[in-house]
Design a binder for this molecule. Structure first.
Ligand SMILES: Cc1cc2nc3c(=O)[nH]c(=O)nc-3n(C[C@H](O)[C@H](O)[C@H](O)COP(=O)(O)O)c2cc1C
Length: 326
C-alpha cells in the first residue's frame, strides 16, 4: 500500500497525509486554502482569523470555501479560561459546522463538548497530546485520532521525541499524526515509514509565499538551524518555541518569581495566560502596523533544520508527496 494512503486520508477523504497546523497568528485564510487546494489539509485558527486577519468568522470560512472546494479543518483550544471564552468557542464551533467544516483539532483541555457537537453531523475530532495519558483522556472523551506533539514542534512543544512518542501511542490503534520537526521531504517519509498516519507542519508553511507573515520572519526561518531554537516562558507563560534573536537573548527565557507563582496556581493561572495572550496580541498588532520590530518573537520549531528556501505551498506539498511515492 502507498505510504500516502493512511487511516487519516481514508477517514478525512484528503489526498495526502499532510496537515498545515493551526497557527496563531500566522494562519491567514489564503494559507489554509492553499494547503487544502494542494491536496493536504489546512486548519483554521479562529482567533487568528478574526482578531489578526480581521475576518468575521462566518465570512472568513466562506472566503476559504471560495478559494478551495476541498476539505479544511478548524482548531478549538478547549481550555476553560473564562465563561466568555467558552461561549465564544461554542459559537465559533456552531458557525463552522453550519458552514460545512467537518474536521476539528482540539487542544489543551477536555474535548468532550466539541465531540458531542461534531458527532451530531458525523464529523471527526483529533486531539493534541504529548503523552499516553493525555491521548487516552482524549480517546475516553470520544476523539477519533491523536495529534502527537513532540519535542521538536513549533508552538508549545512536547517533551518526547518523534519515535518515542510513536512507540508510546501506537497500541492505542487510532490514527496518529506526527506534529513537530518535519521540515523536509526526508523527514516526512521517515515519519510515515515509522507508522504515523500523517504529519502536521507549522513552521515549514510560514516560509511560503502564501503566508502573510513579515519577510524578516520568513528569512529568519530559512536561515536558522535547530540550535537557534529555544523555549521561552515570556510570551504565553508556558514554554514556547522561538528563534533565538538578540532580543530573546537580552531579556531571557524565564518568567520572574511572581509570575511563576501566579502561573502555578489553579485560580490565577488562567488570568495570567489571558494577560500574556493580550500582551502578545497587542505586540502583534503594533509590530504589524509598524512593519516589524527587532523586539518581535518569531515562533518556530526545530523543523527549521530542513527548511532551505521560501516556496509556494503547492511546490512543498507536491515535493513531499513525490518523495513518499518512490
Ligand atoms: C507560529 C506558530 C503558532 C502556532 N499556533 C498554534 C495554535 O494556535 N493552536 C495549535 O493547536 N497549535 C499551534 N501551533 C502548533 C502547530 O499547529 C503545529 O503543531 C506545529 O507547528 C508543528 O511543528 P513544526 O512547527 O515543527 O512544524 C503553532 C505553531 C507555530 C509555529
Amino acid at each position: 500500500m502507498s505510504l500516502l494512503q493512511t487511516r487519516f486520508t481514508n477517514q478525512l477523504n484528503v489526498k495526502y497525509p499532510l496537515i498545515c497546523g493551526a497557527m496563531y497568528p500566522c494562519s491567514n485564510p489564503e494559507l489554509v486554502a492553499a494547503v487544502s487546494e494542494s491536496g493536504g489539509l489546512g486548519i483554521v485558527q479562529p482567533i487568528s482569523l478574526v482578531y489578526v486577519h480581521g475576518h468575521d468568522l462566518r465570512k472568513g470560512l466562506q472566503y476559504i470555501r471560495s478559494l478551495t472546494q476541498k476539505p479544511f479543518g478548524m482548531n478549538i483550544i478547549v481550555e476553560k479560561s473564562s465563561k466568555l471564552y467558552q461561549e465564544r468557542m461554542e459559537h465559533y464551533l456552531d458557525i463552522a459546522l453550519e458552514e460545512g467544516c467537518r474536521f476539528f483539532i482540539t487542544a489543551l483541555g477536555n474535548p468532550k463538548w466539541v465531540v458531542n457537537k461534531v458527532k451530531t453531523v458525523n464529523g471527526i475530532v483529533y486531539h493534541d497530546a504529548t503523552n499516553r495519558e493525555w491521548a487516552q483522556r482524549g480517546l475516553d472523551n470520544g476523539v477519533d485520532g491523536i495529534i502527537c506533539v513532540n519535542n521538536r514542534a513549533g508552538g508549545h512543544a512536547g517533551t518526547k521525541g518523534i519515535e518515542e512518542l510513536y512507540n508510546e501511542l501506537a497500541s492505542l490503534n487510532v490514527p496518529l499524526i506526527c506534529a513537530g520537526g518535519i521540515g523536509s521531504e526526508e523527514d516526512f517519509v521517515k515519519a510515515l515509514k515509522l507508522g504515523y498516519d500523517g504529519v502536521q507542519m507549522g513552521t515549514r508553511f510560514i516560509a511560503t509565499h502564501e503566508c502573510f507573515e513579515k519577510q524578516n520572519y520568513k528569512d529568519a526561518i530559512v536561515k536558522a538551524n535547530e540550535n537557534d531554537i529555544v523555549l521561552t516562558e515570556r510570551v504565553t507563560g508556558i514554554p514556547l518555541s522561538v528563534i533565538k534573536t538578540p532580543y530573546v537573548e537580552q531579556i531571557g527565557t524565564r518568567v520572574g518569581p511572581i509570575a511563576r507563582f501566579l502561573l502555578q496556581h489553579r485560580t490565577t493561572k488562567h488570568w495570567m495566560r489571558l494577560w500574556y495572550t493580550y500582551l502578545a496580541a497587542r505586540k502583534f498588532r503594533k509590530s504589524t502596523l509598524e512593519g516589524g520590530s527587532s523586539k518581535d518573537y518569531w515562533q518556530a520549531g526545530k523543523s527549521v533544520a530542513g527548511i532551505e528556501q521560501m516556496e509556494h505551498v503547492k511546490d512543498i506539498v507536491e515535493r513531499f508527496a513525490k518523495a513518499a511515492e518512490k
